[in-house]
Design a protein around this ligand. Structure first.
Ligand SMILES: Cc1ncc(COP(=O)(O)O)c(C=O)c1O
Length: 378
């Protein structure tokens, strides 16, 4: 079925079409000058010392852990209320994910207390995920990491340009990882970016991104070099210039797109205020954030009631989602999981409502009115 009001809508225009056409006309479509330009522009916009394009964020997270030397026998602290890729990346390097709870029903980001409580002598790193683009408590998390010698990877998939204490998320820990999957704030179909503060880490990730080879095909095609050596066991995690061309246009659109999303969030928040059945996590947050998604939580009733509410919205042509089913309750992770009360509560009560910059005030009104109606049905 196609929805009257979908969960997400692309903000593409003629500029994206033109950028693709120009790339094809220039006759270089794999990783090349457009990837490099995208990296420079992304780094400049976020004020990150280094940025590296990759093929997706799942591989970015894996590459981050590899570059940091996390491996077999190590433990990595992770949220459970995240997309499962955050957790899988830990397994790819042979390390053990240790699930930590979120702060609570109003703040769906990792709890610094949980992080501190779950550190053992084997803990090597923590992956924080800035839920919906709302920053984790990086002051406390960075302090704990410094005190206990942990590396910090930021899964910043939800938050390009979100601000934490004057800095962009993804530039605070050791490595930031971003996704440009079609429904993200920057859409290139598939794609991702890594950001670094440290040059050596950046160089290592760059080498591993492309087979551990010392030169790229673009450098060789340009006659800058004719040979290469392979000095580490690398991968093919490259972006291509077609996606980079889309990403550069999307990056230009981003600031205005996020301003409009903030307006959409404001419409939602004012209309949902005081509704007895529902809370709005992060309500009233006053920093600049990406508003990647807009979620509400039922106050009670569990997953069964939540699913009935979603079903009724679906019947009215309004698409919703759940961000996320807890990773620690998936079959793959169940046996190593403890009890994470707030993550489980959130997972059973959250509903993701439509959020994108083209959404009109009338549509937000309609979504909220429909929600108000269906949430009181038995
Ligand atoms: C929080 C989070 N982490 C990781 C990923 C994985 O990103 P990608 O689809 O680019 O591999 C996603 C994308 O859905 C995500 O939302």
């Amino acid at each position: 079925m196609s929805y009257r009001i979908p969960l997400f809508d692309l903000n593409y225009g003629p500029e994206e079409v033109q950028a693709l056409a120009d790339t094809i006309r220039d006759n270089w479509i794999s990783m090349g000058p457009r990837c490099e330009a995208f990296e420079r522009e992304f780094a400049a916009l976020l004020d990150a010392p280094y940025a590296l394009t990759v093929d997706n964020c799942t591989n970015a997270l894996f590459l981050a852990l590899r570059a940091l030397g996390v491996g077999a026998g190590d433990e990595v602290l992770v949220p459970s209320l995240t997309f499962v890729a955050t957790v899988n990346a830990v397994r790819y390097v042979g390390a053990e994910p240790v699930f930590c709870d979120i702060a609570g029903p109003d703040n769906l980001c990792l709890s610094p207390d949980e992080i501190e409580a779950k550190i053992t002598s084997r803990t090597k790193a923590v992956i924080v995920m800035h839920y919906g683009g709302f920053p984790c408590d990086m002051r406390r998390i960075m302090a704990v990491a410094a005190k206990r010698g942990l590396r910090v990877v930021e899964d910043a998939c939800h938050g390009p340009l979100s601000v934490w204490e004057g800095r962009r998320i993804g530039t605070i820990g050791d490595i930031g990882c971003f996704s440009f999957f079609s429904n993200k704030n920057i859409s290139t179909g598939e794609g991702g970016m890594m950001t670094f503060r440290d040059q050596a880490l950046f160089e290592r990730a760059k080498l591993l991104r492309s087979h551990g080879m010392t030169t790229t095909s673009y450098q060789r095609a340009g006659g800058h070099s004719t040979q290469y050596d392979v000095i580490d066991l690398g991968y093919n995690f490259r972006m291509d210039d077609l996606r980079a061309a889309l990403g550069r246009v999307q990056l230009q659109r981003l600031p205005k797109d996020l301003e409009q999303r903030a307006r959409v969030r404001g419409w939602y928040e004012s209309r949902l205020e005081g509704l007895p059945e529902i809370t709005v996590p992060f309500a009233g947050h006053n920093g600049f954030v990406s508003n990647y998604i807009f979620v509400v939580a039922l106050k009670e009733g569990g997953a069964g009631r939540r699913d009935r509410v979603r079903e009724r919205l679906h019947a009215q042509g309004i698409q919703t989602s759940v961000h996320y089913p807890c990773a620690h309750r998936f079959s793959l992770y169940r046996e190593r999981a403890g009890h994470l009360p707030w993550s489980e509560f959130a997972s059973d009560h959250l509903i993701t409502l439509p959020m994108y910059s083209k959404l009109t005030e009338e549509q937000v009104c309609e979504i909220v009115d429909t929600l108000k109606q269906v949430v009181v049905e038995p």
